[in-house]
Design a protein around this ligand. Structure first.
Ligand SMILES: [Zn+2]
Length: 193
């Protein structure tokens, strides 16, 4: 059973694209794991070793402290001021910034995750804009033909694709949408040359 109908020669010439069998499923992107930069690992390590909370870690970072030197600092202040590292950080922060707590009380992990999600969102938006532009660059007649000649595996016939969404895969373009007859998911893969 063909998942896609072949594109006519004019379509191919006009768009430099040709249809290819296969579903969009295999082009699904793998979920990315967040990688912790070395510097942040040092802070996470220091947090557990000196039993500091997220706010105290943020304070230490804002104070410009070096987690590599915590051992020396901890020993020094314990000896001279008789207080633990956590209290030293809080006191220094209050002295320097005139407040008890930082604005941002999120953990390093939360911040990194949020930043990663933000970057991912930006990438997705950029890719979406590129995909839309690629589709828009095709002549209107070619676009109309592609949308009007989609194979629906549920209807078992050629139907029209509604609510199209475009996605770039390498040089190709995936058009996904709904079958106007049954509402099922239909798609076309237009391979770049
Ligand atoms: Zn259908």
């Amino acid at each position: 059973m063909h998942a896609n109908l072949p594109v006519s020669r004019s379509e191919r010439a006009a768009g430099r694209l040709h249809a290819c069998s296969g579903t969009s499923e295999k082009y699904r992107m793998k979920k990315k794991r967040i990688i912790f930069p070395e510097k942040l690992k040092l802070w996470i390590d220091a947090r557990s070793r000196y039993k500091l909370n997220h706010a105290q870690i943020e304070m230490a970072r804002e104070l410009g402290m070096d987690p590599n030197k915590f051992e020396g600092i901890a020993a020094y202040i314990l000896e001279h001021g008789n207080k633990p590292l956590a209290a030293f950080i809080e006191d220094s922060y209050r002295e320097r910034f005139g407040k008890n707590e930082p604005e941002d009380r999120r953990s390093i992990e939360q911040k990194l995750k949020a930043e990663d999600a933000h970057q991912q969102q930006k990438r997705t938006l950029k890719a979406q804009t590129k995909a839309n532009a690629k589709w828009d660059a095709l002549p209107q007649s070619v676009r109309d033909t592609i949308l009007a000649t989609v194979w629906c595996s549920q209807c078992m016939k050629t139907t029209t694709l509604a609510e199209p969404e475009y996605q770039l895969i390498n040089d190709g373009l995936i058009v996904n949408g709904k079958c106007t007859a049954c509402g099922g998911t239909v798609g076309r893969y237009l391979e770049g040359e």
